[in-house]
Design a protein around this ligand. Structure first.
Ligand SMILES: [Zn+2]
Length: 280
């Protein structure tokens, strides 16, 4: 019996029927990046809306003069702003809470130390923005009240990481330990689906690549280097799967990084990498 006839016998349907599955378009999540303090802090606020139900939330609107007009335009377009969400309490993320929450009548959802916070979701607490499912993920280290927010609309997934994860890097350990950042990046965020797009609190990619190249050479870092040289903005262009390849803080088991840091325990590697970056 030829190989083909064996295949036909075993997999008749797979060979001869071409099932064309039309993608069901359920995605209504729309993410608008709002750059703030361009050239200095290089922060991002994010206006996330569900085009189906016209519900929207604003994440880290720290500089009201740069954000308010976008919120007004959204309201004028018939959207209902539901919440102000903070990734952590630092002023360049939560410093606009008073003005924005009062102007638009929004509850503040975020970590316990955020200004005027009215709701602190527990780890893995879920809520909705229209038809978008949101999960709060506690990632203490940069601050103890750092929370990442995972947004899921059908097959469309995004995570807002504040200053915990950047494209190709992570935040400083102001209130936490290497052990906490290892857990935040390599357990909590690493367990999200690989196709989840990453939206960090700052545009720091160029600086992160510069450091990454000092400790590791791989194709993913080369690609990120090229992309960040050619594009001013990198948020939402890379996924959790990409971060596992080009983010050196997510490669604590990489032999090349272990060699450069002189450590093998993942937590020790994390601590050594952060010190090297802080002093670079
Ligand atoms: Zn911060």
């Amino acid at each position: 019996m030829s190989l083909l006839s064996v295949a036909i016998k075993r997999y008749p349907l797979a060979l001869f029927t071409r099932t064309i599955v039309k993608p069901v378009t359920t995605q209504a999540m729309h993410i608008q990046s709002i750059p703030m303090w361009e050239g200095t802090g290089n922060n991002y606020a994010y206006l996330v809306s569900d085009d189906k139900t016209k519900e929207a939330v604003i994440i880290d609107p720290a500089n009201p003069p740069e954000v308010s007009s976008h919120l007004k335009a959204k309201v004028d377009a018939g959207f209902k702003l539901m919440k102000l969400i903070n990734t952590h309490h630092h002023h360049d993320h939560a410093g606009g809470n008073k003005e924005i929450s009062q102007a638009f009548g929004l509850p503040v959802v975020g970590g316990r130390d955020c200004a005027l916070v009215s709701e602190t979701p527990g780890h893995q607490f879920k809520f909705n923005v229209g038809s978008i499912n949101v999960t709060a993920l506690h990632t203490p280290c940069h601050t103890q009240d750092s929370i990442c927010f995972f947004f899921e609309d059908g097959q469309d997934r995004a995570v807002f990481t504040g200053d915990t994860m950047f494209i190709g890097g992570c935040g400083r350990f102001f209130e936490g330990t290497p052990k906490e950042m290892h857990k935040a990046l390599n357990e909590t965020l690493a367990s999200l689906p690989d196709d989840t797009k990453v939206y960090p609190g700052h545009e720091y990619t160029k600086g992160n690549v510069k450091f990454a190249k000092k400790v590791l050479n791989n194709d993913a870092i080369k690609k990120l280097d090229e992309y960040s040289q050619a594009n001013k903005e990198t948020q939402g262009k890379f996924t959790i799967g990409d971060e596992k390849k080009h983010n050196v803080f997510m490669r604590v088991d990489d032999p090349e990084i272990q060699k450069v840091t002189g450590k093998t325990d993942p937590v020790d590697v994390m601590g050594a990498l952060r010190s090297m970056k802080d002093n670079s």
